[in-house]
Design a protein around this ligand. Structure first.
Ligand SMILES: [Zn+2]
Ligand SMILES: [Zn+2]
Length: 99
């Protein structure tokens, strides 16, 4: 079982976002709330994270939707928290494949 990821702010392609050290060559970046929705990225390595208001319920809905339409969906280890930023705390949720 992995260690909890450490999230940080970055300037992404589409504006400020939240990333972490993924362990693959990518810098998976969830762009911060657009139209009040949390941004997310599902990395090539199977890890998912959301950042913004309602990140955790958005993750629940996202994973439920995938589980309903995909035959081979991994089990995920999930967590949530928040990241302090200059404009206040940002909600974060993550789900990493368990195996
Ligand atoms: Zn990757
Ligand atoms: Zn990755």
């Amino acid at each position: 079982m992995g260690v909890e990821p450490v999230f940080r702010l970055v300037d992404g392609e589409h504006g400020p976002g939240v990333t972490y050290d993924c362990g693959c060559p990518c810098t998976p970046t969830a762009t911060l709330a657009v139209d009040g929705q949390p941004g997310f990225e599902h990395c090539c390595c199977g890890k998912v994270h959301f950042a913004g208001p309602g990140a955790d319920p958005a993750m629940t809905a996202y994973l439920a939707e995938r589980a309903a339409r995909r035959k081979r969906e991994p089990r995920y280890v999930r967590g949530s928290g928040s990241l302090q930023t200059a404009s206040g705390p940002v909600e974060i949720a993550w789900a990493f494949p368990a195996e």
